[in-house]
Design a protein around this ligand. Structure first.
Ligand SMILES: [Zn+2]
Length: 404
């Protein structure tokens, strides 16, 4: 796959985000066009997750060090965590949240659970902070503050294969709707020679790795295996894709975790009446907004599908006389959930068209005296022109920008 553009240049032209020295390196500020794109992705996946039985939660951006001591993050993930904030009030160190998992484990344990509650699927678009080296920061693809399409599923270990299969189906569905091709799966295994980096007994590692392998084989999904790439708490299936000129990177992962229940003393009452420990599946089909938007911008060279285009219609009045009509049309589009911009620039029409192209709208409409008189509009899409009666515009557009 070849990419013509770097997402940083595209995002700049499309007014997606910016960085500011006083705010801090690696901490993106999302502009309205970027938020339109984030919101579409978020609404899309939230609706799928709702149908798949997920419950949404919201957890704080920071927590006391004890939580990350218990989860093992302070040991295994310390280098990527921001330094602590000392709060003399309760004599604690507070850390910015590097991952949502420990918070979700607390959601599991906040009330008694039985086998009837399982699988318990918890989801959150959760903001996390990671102290990446300044040298490795890169646009939106490597940042210090990111918002993850996170979710944790608490299961009876016997249900692991069925639930992992459903999660794989969710991933496949998302990528098919988004039109993404060219990714592949990686089965990331522990390294038996580096026991210190991988918590828990070997037999459980091997059992969980076999479950993940069986799911990929049964679904007929091509994959390769990588020793030593597992998370410290369990093996995982990564979705690997090439971004720009860079090497292949993980855009999402599904992790099977047999360790966290023990660390957090998570338990449920089985149908036999006995107390059991659940396993946890960590999953994030759309990764983080930051990395995923970078990927989509580069993948589509900025020409996003209609439903994701931050500017769906760019309206260009030829001169002052058509300005009021364009504004009225834009209001009508907004009332129908169609995002549009009315050109406000000075200068020749050709210069203003060039500016419009930088925003990569799904389509543009030039409104001149002829269009105003006849009520016939020409919708100029990226690859074709469609002549429409203004009365049909909204319904035709709705079809064109619908989620496929
Ligand atoms: Zn997690």
């Amino acid at each position: 796959m070849s990419y013509k553009y770097d997402h940083r240049q595209l995002a700049d032209e499309m007014e997606i985000f910016f960085f500011d020295d006083q705010i801090g390196a690696g901490l993106p500020v999302w502009l309205p066009n970027g938020v339109a794109l984030r919101d579409e992705l978020e609404n899309f996946v939230k609706s799928l997750e709702k149908k798949a039985g997920y419950h949404r939660v919201v957890t704080p951006h920071l927590a006391r060090g004890e939580l990350y001591q218990q989860s093992g993050h302070l040991r295994a993930f310390n280098e990527s965590m921001y330094p602590p904030m000392k709060w003399p009030e309760d004599n604690s160190n507070y850390y910015l949240k590097p991952m949502n998992c420990p918070h979700h484990h607390k959601v599991f344990s906040c009330s008694p659970r039985s086998y009837r509650h399982l699988p318990l699927r918890i989801a959150e678009y959760g903001q996390v902070y990671r102290y990446e080296n300044s040298g490795s920061l890169k646009g939106l693809s490597r940042v210090r503050g990111l918002c993850q399409n996170d979710g944790h599923i608490y299961i009876d270990p016997n249900d692991a294969e069925a639930e992992i299969s459903s999660v794989l189906e969710l991933h496949e569905h998302c990528y098919s709707v988004l039109g993404l091709k060219g990714y592949r799966y990686r089965l990331s295994l522990h390294d038996p020679n580096r026991k210190i980096d991988f918590d828990g007994p070997s037999n459980l590692w091997i059992q969980c790795e076999e479950i993940l392998r069986a799911c990929l084989i049964k679904k007929g999904l091509p994959f390769f295996e990588a020793i030593g790439e597992a998370a410290f708490y369990g093996p995982k299936i990564d979705v690997q894709m090439k971004m720009g000129a860079e090497d292949e990177e993980s855009i999402a992962s599904i992790q099977l975790d047999f360790n966290s229940s023990g660390k957090f003393d998570l338990s449920y009452v089985a149908s036999s009446g006995q107390k059991r420990q659940p396993w946890v599946i960590h999953r994030a089909p759309l990764g983080s907004h930051e990395r995923f938007v970078a990927l989509l911008l580069e993948y589509f060279d900025g020409q996003l599908p209609g439903w994701l285009s931050p500017v769906q219609i760019y309206l260009l009045p030829v001169d002052e006389e058509q300005q009021a009509y364009a504004m009225q049309l834009s209001a009508e589009l907004a009332a129908n959930n169609i995002r549009s911009v009315v050109d406000q620039n000075a200068g020749s029409l050709s210069k203003r068209i060039l500016f419009a192209h930088k925003l990569r709208p799904f389509a543009k409409i030039i409104v001149g005296p002829k269009e105003l008189d006849s009520g016939r509009l020409v919708l100029e899409k990226r690859d074709e022109k469609v002549a429409l009666n203004s009365a049909d515009l909204i319904s035709r557009l709705k079809d064109m920008i619908a989620i496929p």
